[in-house]
Design a binder for this molecule. Structure first.
Ligand code: FAD
Length: 386
């Protein structure tokens, strides 16, 4: 049995990937039934704003741009919120919400990635929070109300952004991570030092090398113990140690998965009529958990779903890190390409450039005043997916 042709296009997820795809699709097709299903409350919001909310004292309601009812009207779609997909049955073109079978014409996985958790001992380990959606943000703000000291796990992009934001919001911030520099996957060490100095100028303290091993309740809050024996008194712990694309339900349905749900450049998975984009997708081998790639994917996939098969291409995609204490833009070399790094500037103003043997620019990291040079450099960067 297959689903009838009148079955809807079903998008799982109402994050930036799901909603942007629905918007792009509706520009091309106003008639095909569209169903969006979300495990969360379905409010439309811009996730990057979650790490700028404390400086501006903005609560979750203020970050919400539209309620699901308004989105449903705008998109001429049905939106089911607080609804978990529990399985996919590609052979019968249907998915499962508990015992309920929902048919689809085409199915799009836009179900994002989930925060990685590490085991921590101690009677307060369960109180560790992470922020990966608007509801998490509301929970964290509620927990942080009236508190002062925040310990952040992880010195990646998200950990550094929250360190800057929480400091500007009046919190005393410490970060711990088992590495030697900030944002090791993205930054040249000279730029990482500039970022660290910028954040330290706000009063942020770093513990680079050890891990958090236990978290206990104490008389005046929490007591964190690190693997080097350091004890840190804090009120709140925010985990920002990375995200893992959601692949389990896809794998259980027999779809090819790797780091993410594997799709080709038409965003097509290993199974006909099932597509993926956004944080959960690995597009032609690239797993990029940023906004620009998912916007390109949304435009291409909308065309494919509207009957015009279209491949996605990625141009250069520099990432602006929201750390005003040290303005920072980074564009890592495309996969598989390596080159020589040269560093210009000093202190907070670093221009680190990566060139190949022929002198072509492969990537850069810019901090401080050097950030202004991004416009010129962007024109020289290679495409990430030509
Ligand atoms: P999500 O927004 O996570 O949406 C996933 C959706 O799937 C949700 O609606 C969820 O409820 C739903 N879902 C999950 N499982 C199920 C299920 N089983 N059943 C039903 N629904 C399900 N990127 C940038 O480019 N620039 C930035 O400045 C930037 N800042 C960031 C700051 C923070 C704090 C964070 C966390 C990320 C930031 N990013 C930034 C990354 C960017 O925001 C993400 O790449 C993007 O928002 C991912 O969107 P998505 O729709 O793929 O996933």
């Amino acid at each position: 049995m297959t689903a009838p042709l009148s079955a809807p296009v079903v998008i799982i997820g109402t994050g930036l990937a799901g909603y942007n795809l629905a918007r792009e699709f509706r520009k091309l097709d106003g008639d095909t039934p569209l169903l969006l299903i979300s495990a969360d409350d379905g409010r439309s919001y811009s996730k990057p704003m979650l790490s700028t909310g404390f400086a501006k004292d903005t609560d979750a309601d203020a970050l919400s741009m539209a309620e699901p009812g308004a989105m449903a009207e705008q998109l001429k779609a049905e939106i089911r919120t607080h609804t978990h997909i529990s399985g996919i049955d590609p052979g019968h073109r249907q998915l499962w919400i508990g015992e309920e079978a929902v048919p689809y014409r085409d199915l799009v996985l836009a179900w994002g990635a989930e925060p990685i958790r590490v085991p921590v001992a101690g009677d307060a380990a369960d109180s560790i929070l992470s922020i990966n959606d608007l509801e998490d943000y509301a929970r964290f703000r509620a927990a942080a109300a009236g508190k002062r000291r925040v310990l952040i796990l992880g010195v990646g992009l998200i950990g550094c952004e929250f360190a800057n934001d929480l400091s500007l919001g009046g919190y005393q911030v410490e970060l711990v991570a088992p590495c030697e520099q900030l944002m090791p996957a993205l930054l040249h060490p000279a730029a990482a030092s500039a970022l660290q100095a910028g954040l330290e100028s706000l009063g942020v303290r770093f513990h680079l090398g050890p891990l958090l091993t236990s978290l206990e309740h104490a008389d005046d809050g929490l007591r964190a113990q690190l693997s080097d024996g350091t004890l840190i008194a804090c009120d709140l712990v925010l985990s920002a140690i990375g995200l893992r694309p959601r692949i389990d339900l896809a794998a259980a349905a027999g779809l090819a998965v790797n780091r993410g749900v594997m799709v080709d450049r038409e965003l097509r998975s290993s199974h006909a009529n099932i597509y993926a984009l956004g944080d959960c997708a690995e597009v032609d081998g690239l797993s990029l958990l940023y906004v620009m790639p998912l916007m390109s994917c949304a435009r291409a996939l909308a065309k494919t779903l509207a009957g015009e098969p279209t491949s996605v291409g990625y141009g250069p995609m520099p990432v602006t890190v929201k750390t005003p204490a040290c303005p920072l833009v980074v564009s890592p070399p495309p996969r598989g390409l390596t080159g020589e790094w040269t560093v210009h500037g000093s202190g907070g103003d670093i221009k680190a450039l990566c060139h190949d043997a022929g002198g072509a620019l492969l990537g850069y990291v810019l901090t401080g005043t050097a950030v202004q040079e991004k416009f010129g450099l962007n024109k020289e960067l290679p495409a990430l997916l030509a």
